[in-house]
Design a protein around this ligand. Structure first.
Ligand code: ADP
Ligand code: MG
Length: 292
């Protein structure tokens, strides 16, 4: 690698807010064949908002929200923050929670006013022995629209569904089509459920979806893709994504993401713009051409 080519490539990137941490990052960018993108906060804005609350027959919406907000107030998950905010705008004061437990990739549980509250995805409901009952078809309908659907259980009974939307970033679809034009395969990797992920992937033109991945399993999914013999880049923003960023041949962090993701990555996109992913690969390819 000629130092001049590296300097030119790094400078070109810097001007566009694409920070290559070292020469190896620039070189790795040139050979990428598969780009794996985290969904929440990478392809989407990471600004989840509650759009619907559906209560089970006999359940009181305000009361369920009061109990659920008490649990979610103790959680740092972005979905939890959306639920708390929604309850606040409805003028619902959250109760106090005891024995809070965060269940990574599932949700959270706690005891509120003597009731055991579980709030999270279907996997959590299953673990808690919660049957969705009449809420089941509504859950599927909401998920099919691309919403993340949270199940709120009170004392083991499904009491409400909370649907949460997180809009795609404006340039996500364009980034996917530019990557395709570069001959790169694009994969979505997410902890969210399959129906929700597939709907958003379809909107963005992504063909491969790996969904319902537990936080600790994201890196292993990257390794599986690498075993297919392709050079893999991972793009992410969350604490969850850090091991996958490290495992990938090239880790790319969204600038607006968490410190851990930014520290672990080889490239940082200062503008948090997915279109800068194809830009990074093009700069890498251009640099390598000059080195030959
Ligand atoms: P992602 O990879 O999309 O950031 P996570 O692994 O953090 O997702 O969570 C996966 C799923 O677990 C979420 O889509 C949600 O359904 C559920 N979940 C996790 N934490 C919470 C929480 N505090 N409240 C409600 N649901 C949660
Ligand atoms: Mg994310």
């Amino acid at each position: 690698a000629t130092p001049t080519a590296i300097m030119v490539g790094t400078g070109l990137g810097a001007r566009r807010g694409v920070l290559f941490k070292n020469a190896a990052a620039l070189e790795a960018s040139a050979g990428i064949q598969t780009v794996v993108m985290d969904k929440t906060g990478t392809l989407t804005k990471g600004e989840p908002e509650v759009t619907e609350v559906v209560t089970a027959p006999g359940a009181d919406e305000s009361e369920v929200l009061r109990l659920v907000a008490a649990v979610e107030r103790e959680s740092e998950h972005p979905l939890a923050e959306a639920v708390v905010r929604y309850a606040e705008t409805r003028g619902i004061a959250a109760a106090g929670a005891r024995r809070f437990e965060n269940v990574p990739g599932h949700g959270a549980t706690a005891v509120v006013d003597g009731h055991r509250i579980a709030v999270g995805n279907r996997r959590l409901a299953l673990r808690e022995g919660v049957d969705l009952g009449p809420l089941s078809p509504r859950r599927d309908e909401l998920a099919a629209t691309g919403r993340t659907v949270i199940i709120a259980a009170v004392d083991g009974r499904a009491s409400a569904l909370i649907a949460i939307a997180d809009a795609p970033r404006e340039t996500s679809a364009a980034a996917v089509s530019e990557l395709h034009a570069l001959g790169v395969r694009v994969v979505m990797l997410t902890g969210d459920n399959k129906a929700t992920a597939e709907r958003i992937a379809r909107q963005l033109g992504i063909d491969t979806v790996i969904a319902e991945v537990l936080p600790g399993d994201k890196a292993a999914k990257i390794a599986e893709l690498q075993q297919e013999g392709r050079k893999v880049a991972m793009v992410g923003d969350g604490v969850n994504d850090a091991p996958a960023l490290a495992q990938a041949d090239l880790g790319i962090a969204i600038g607006a993401g968490t410190d851990v993701a930014i520290e672990t990555a080889d490239v940082v996109l200062m503008r948090s713009d997915p279109l800068d992913v194809p830009t990074a690969l093009r700069i890498g390819r251009g640099t390598l051409r000059k080195m030959r």
